[in-house]
Design a protein around this ligand. Sequence first.
Ligand code: ADP
Ligand code: ZN
Ligand code: ZN
Length: 823
Amino acid sequence: MPQLYAEVLLPLPLYSTFTYRIPEEMVDRVKVGFRVIVQFGTKKFYTGIVTSISPIAPEGFEVKEIKMLLDDYPIVKYPQLKFWDWIAEYYLCAPGDVYKAAVPAGLKVESETFVELNSDFEENPDDRLNEREIIVCQLLDHNGKMTPAEIERKTGFRNVVALIGKLLERGAAMISEKLVERYRSRKETYVRLTAQQGDSDALHAAFDAVHSAKKQETALLALIEMSGITRKGGEVKEVSRTELIERSGVTTAIIKAMADKGIVEIYKKEINRFKYNGLVGGELPKLSEAQNQALDEIHKSFLEKDITLLHGVTSSGKTEIYIHLIDYVLRRKEQALYLVPEIALTTQLTRRLQRVFGEKVLIYHSKFSDNERVDIWKRMLNTSEPCIVIGARSSIFLPFSNLSLIIVDEEHESSYKQQDPAPRYNARDMATVLGSMHSAKVLLGSATPAIDTYYKATSGRYGLVELTERFNDVKLPEIEIIDMTVERKKKKVDGTFSERAITLANEALARDEQVIFFLNRRGFAPMARCKQCAWVPKCLNCDVSLTYHKHLNQLVCHYCGATQPLPNVCPACKEPGVEIVGYGTERIEDQVEQIFPNKKIARMDLDTTRNKDGYENLIEDFSKKKSQILVGTQMVTKGLDFDGVSLVGVINADALINYPDFRASERAFNMLEQVAGRAGRRNTQGIVAVQTTNPNHPILLNLVNHDYKSFYTSELEQRQAFNYPPFTRLIYIYLKHRDISTLVELAAIYGNRLRELFGNRVFGPEEPTISRIQSLYIRKIMLKVETNASMKKVKAILRELYENMHQHPRMKGLIVYYDVDPM
Ligand code: ADP
Ligand code: ZN
Ligand code: ZN
């Protein structure tokens, strides 16, 4: 066998792969896409992925050996590796970053620090171990290797790390790196008869053995019946212990007793965690004429264009059209991917799809446990069976083998974009890349398409299908603009509610209809302030004012999570008088409780939906009308389908409109139109009450007419005038440093060098709105490049610049990263 070398991709933000020697015994087993354990640095071990194999020995440095081979089949397919490269190239990040984001943690064995006793250690009589240290040593002696966390748990000692440090210093303990495989396959306990099929003597013996034990006899009968062992020629079915207990009503102790007698055998078996919850496949929904026509147009469009936009007003029944497309794909024994912007949306949708496609529906997102994700990954890897995967953005990384359709629902949503950490990718855009790699068709759907998408659709890059009527001809809601300046003058405002909004809500509630109040700010109040001197408490790590959360009775930083108590006395002027200002959803909920005392109220925001089922329960209760009023952040705007809502109140439209960003108008219009779409979905025309101090703002005028196209046209003019996307491509370059003066200096140098290279395409450095997060100061440089510029070239220039900059003595400690196509 010739000596071979593998290029290994590590889950680290490094721009290259690393070469490792393949040990002789692995030479004919290691292949591209296999996971290997390699050492990187002096201590750490990582799971790497083999990206290529070559007989050429690298020169000029020592090559380490692969330590371990984890797979006997590739866990990542070759096209996926190409897809990762593509993403890394486009988003100016390391392929290792993409690998980290793409593969569930359970497939990436990690090294963890382990502590063990040093058996050669002799205690120094002048420096004896104290009592706590002795306890830890005894524990280590007993257990062998342990992690600090385990030691902490077993001893109940706090700050064990320091104690371990002392033991290490003295040589009493040692650190060792042990590999920990995180993924645990799920095992279930099964029970089988020891008697072979057809061996009636053995069966008789079994009955004799349980003769005087009634319960054992019952269990034996049940097991025979369930396994079908006495059925002639039939297959013997495996029976799980749980099923057996359910059927026979005996306890595990009874089964254990039978095992002790040698009648049955208890064994464990690995099962796939993917569980189907029992809904069976059913009929396709019947489409309306308009829907049928749209479906037809989509099929036609796909003959010419790989990517097509379905622009269908809210409640036009886009989901029903998707279902027909998916059905078409499944019938051809192919796979489809259905991307949704929020995990939260999968629940309603999953049920709708399962009703039609039964167990062909798979779900994949980050609230699933890692083990569940690994199971789905492996399942996708090992089969090309037809299926439909519903997933949030990370599902574009699944190992599809037979993908022929990708649906990106609510394609305008900014949550398709991963903000932090790298890769800062947009799953919608990468879905189109994935689609082209698989020769799959991509359907983007939205009632309010992103400006960029609509531009591509109207300029011929994408196909375009429009669906202008709502299902069942329900009218689009009437928009009523409430001028808060006028209302306040007339003293018709209660807290933050105008009298008019309250009247409308009361009318709806009196008709037994439901109401949604929307405010895009969580917490109780966005800010606290001293009445005397206007002092505002800010996060110690970030440059942001703290949000007051009443249920916690704390000030919370929404950027880093740090908390502080609300001070009674102002630390600046020493006067008591710190008050809270403004409104968040928590406070709105409080107010709503006072204004509508006999109504049941639910609140939906990040704080009420943190645990896995929180969101589901809220939606369930509201659709079952257990609550009449729902208060929420933008979470309530996204594709939810409630049929009892006739009024949506937008508490403060100004906060949406006045946001300092070139996409603010787009986002505001989308959000308002989407939240409006929640009103009056089935039989009645709904009303949307929009509170604003800016009633003549063009966005609101377009909203009143539900006029997406006018909005689009004027917005596009703005973008062209100021050279923003879709006319250019933006790259933000972020620079972060702990020390402000170093940062300012380096950012200026960076900006100047960039200007030498890119000329007037460079803007900044500027201080972003939030100029410090988690103790790091931030500067931002904006690069506007032509849309047809080669990202490869841009990347090469930026990399070279970065490397040159490293010669600067103060570069150490500077963090530089890029955000391509920022949202
Ligand atoms: P969109 O996603 O376009 O906002 P949905 O697909 O959620 O709209 O449809 C809105 C409502 O109309 C849903 O309650 C849906 O069940 C119903 N609906 C739409 N099309 C049909 C159809 N063809 N048959 C029965 N109900 C439909
Ligand atoms: Zn903070
Ligand atoms: Zn003060």
